[in-house]
Design a protein around this ligand. Structure first.
Ligand SMILES: NC(=O)c1ccc[n+]([C@@H]2O[C@H](COP(=O)([O-])OP(=O)(O)OC[C@H]3O[C@@H](n4cnc5c(N)ncnc54)[C@H](O)[C@@H]3O)[C@@H](O)[C@H]2O)c1
Length: 555
């Protein structure tokens, strides 16, 4: 769909909609329409008289008619009355038929402009000035309308701008808002140098993986068409290490940037914490065009992504993962969520970031056990879909563990590309391809649950689960004993566990029965038919599962 050649100007009275709107139309060579003027001409009386004699409801009806007529025109800038946005039908009409630009001003500025205009004009005192406390009246009316104003594609703060500068803002807002109508292939500007791209039916998300990439955060965001204000959400430990670099990179290319940190750890992935971030964003007057940047591990990525997906019904979101798990898994594919106290990740959405930027050098400060745990997901990608990558792990394990810069960036990039391909082809887990990423997760999740999420980090549990699923595959005649051994050895070389001695078998079976991959009665198992070749099977014999658990030391 191409963008309609139509701009709607919304905002309080005396924010400059008529004057700047007329000039913007001139610059574009378009027509200019003011819905208030249309109504006055049609009714042959001033708006104050319509309010006084016919009532506000009648005025709103006339306003809706005028807006509908104006919106049928092409190549037009339409200035709307201050209260037009309060009607949901008007908002819907404007968003679907053009770009909406809001002109903002502080209540004090509005009052000063109102008084100046009153001095120039003759006639009855304007209703706002007739109120006992006009400033308070403006404040409270503005507050009522603020949420509707904030839903615009672009907001220009006009307090300290000349009319010419406001015109410039309107034209910039039009350029930015037009992207909402662009088809996916051209939705994002060029993403030169991207390691890979997630391409879904509606979104294109470039992913940059590199050693030292964090310093490019601002530039990459700008290249993705973002500008204005960026809110960096992080955890305390990551922000202390990398916050300054991220903020400097953003400010260096002209973003206004601010940051907020949550305590590190899974408990921060909660609705309560999301609520605190909403409060912070509201206090900072965050708007729809502003971006949220998640700087941190999967906890921060999931939490900040959930907030980005829901705040003002969705604001641009950027992932800057700093843990290995977040780089190769959590930041790619658009799943965002917070936990319910009864169930992990149960409140969430699919919400693609505008870009992902993974600075592999940040892994050098990741706690060693977290790094080791992350390698399990990287190895998993090779095991299920890329035999050559798996062989590369075997060959270069020591250099990789030591995070040799060039090699680590290359291999992590390849692993990310696998996740990106799967997420592109099966964004919402409907074709079955994305299910393959659950390799090792049936036993792995059960192991995490059976040990109350305290005994094993996620990647450690998945490593044990991968060995279990490989044993099942072997027993079903799908995988050679040699391949099972290769997997076990590789995981061990990366310091990952390959068995779970002493864990209760009944607790594992109970957790497996509750697992979300249970559909009807048959568990969807991901099995290996060779290294680099995974498949989904529902016909795994119970005896093979029991034998695998036995081999893992589960009693
Ligand atoms: N959305 C998805 O598709 C998806 C996929 C997998 C996992 N997840 C989620 O990801 C979360 C786990 O992610 P995680 O393992 O990154 O956990 P995490 O975010 O808790 O990070 C682990 C720890 O490492 C620290 N840390 C992160 N980067 C660091 C760095 N560079 N230097 C020093 N310390 C650093 C963090 O402060 C934290 O203490 C879980 O909540 C899980 O549900 C989501």
């Amino acid at each position: 769909m191409t963008a309609p050649q139509r701009i709607f100007l919304v905002g309080f009275s005396f924010t400059g909609k008529t004057e700047a709107g007329r000039l913007a139309a001139q610059r574009l060579g378009w027509a200019f329409v003011d819905t208030d003027h249309m109504i006055v001409a049609r009714e042959s009386k001033p708006i104050a008289d319509i309010f006084a004699h016919d009532g506000e409801a009648r005025f709103r009806e006339l306003e809706r008619q005028a807006l509908t007529e104006a919106a049928a025109r092409e190549r037009v800038v339409i200035s709307t009355g201050g209260g037009a946005v309060m009607d949901a039908r008007n908002r819907q009409l404007m968003r679907s038929s053009g770009v909406v630009v809001c002109l903002e001003a502080q209540p004090e500025t509005i009052l000063a402009r109102l008084r100046a205009s009153e001095r120039r004009a003759s006639g009855p005192v304007r209703p706002l000035l007739a109120a006992p406390d006009p400033l308070q009246q403006i404040r409270s009316l503005k507050e009522q309308r603020q949420a509707s104003y904030a839903a615009a594609d672009w907001t220009a703060h006009t307090d300290n701008l000349t009319t010419g500068e406001v015109v410039g803002e309107i034209l910039r807002g039009y350029e930015a808002g037009k992207r909402r109508f662009a088809p996916p292939a051209t939705a994002t500007p060029a993403h030169d140098g991207a390691t890979c791209v997630v391409r879904t039916a509606t979104e294109v998300c470039p992913i940059y993986v590199g050693w030292g990439a964090l310093d490019d955060l601002g530039r990459r965001m700008r290249d993705a068409g973002l500008s204005g204000t960026a809110y960096v959400i992080s955890d305390e430990s990551v922000l202390a290490r990398y916050g300054e670099r991220a903020l400097a990179s953003l400010r260096g290319v002209g973003f206004t940037a601010d940051s907020m940190a949550v305590p590190p750890g899974e408990p921060s992935k909660s609705l309560e914490m999301a609520g605190r971030i909403y409060d912070w964003l509201v206090a900072h007057r965050a708007e729809r065009g502003h971006a949220i940047v998640a700087l941190g591990g999967g906890v921060v990525g999931d939490l900040a992504g959930f907030v980005a997906a829901t705040f003002l019904r969705g604001v641009p979101f950027v992932q800057a993962p700093t843990s290995l798990l977040a780089m190769v898994d959590a930041s790619v594919g658009g799943k965002v969520a917070v936990n319910h106290r009864e169930a992990k990740n149960s409140i969430g959405a699919f919400y693609q970031p505008r870009l992902v930027l993974a600075d592999v050098s940040t892994l050098s400060t990741l706690p060693p056990r977290e790094l080791t745990s992350g390698w399990a997901e990287v190895i998993k990608h090779g095991a299920i879909l890329d035999a050559a990558l798996f062989a590369l792990f075997e060959e270069k394990a020591d250099a990789l563990k030591a995070l040799e810069p060039r090699l680590a960036a290359e291999i992590i990039g390849r692993s990310v590309a696998i996740k990106a391909r799967v997420a592109s082809e099966d964004e919402k887990e409907t074709t079955g391809l994305r299910t393959l990423l659950n390799y090792g997760h049936t036993i792995g999740h059960a192991l995490e649950a059976a040990t109350s999420y305290e005994g094993y980090l996620h990647g450690e549990a998945i490593a044990v689960g991968m060995v279990g699923a490989a044993i099942i595959s072997q027993r079903m005649g799908l995988l050679t004993p040699d391949a099972v051994e290769r997997l076990r050895k590789l995981l061990q070389r990366f310091g990952l566990p390959v068995a779970a001695p002493g864990v209760s078998r009944s607790a594992i079976l109970h957790a497996m029965a509750l697992d979300k991959k249970v559909e009807g009665k048959a568990i969807k198992w991901v099995v290996l038919e060779g290294i680099g070749r995974a498949a989904v099977r529902r016909d795994v014999p119970e005896a093979d599962v029991m034998a695998a658990l036995q081999a893992l030391g589960v009693r």
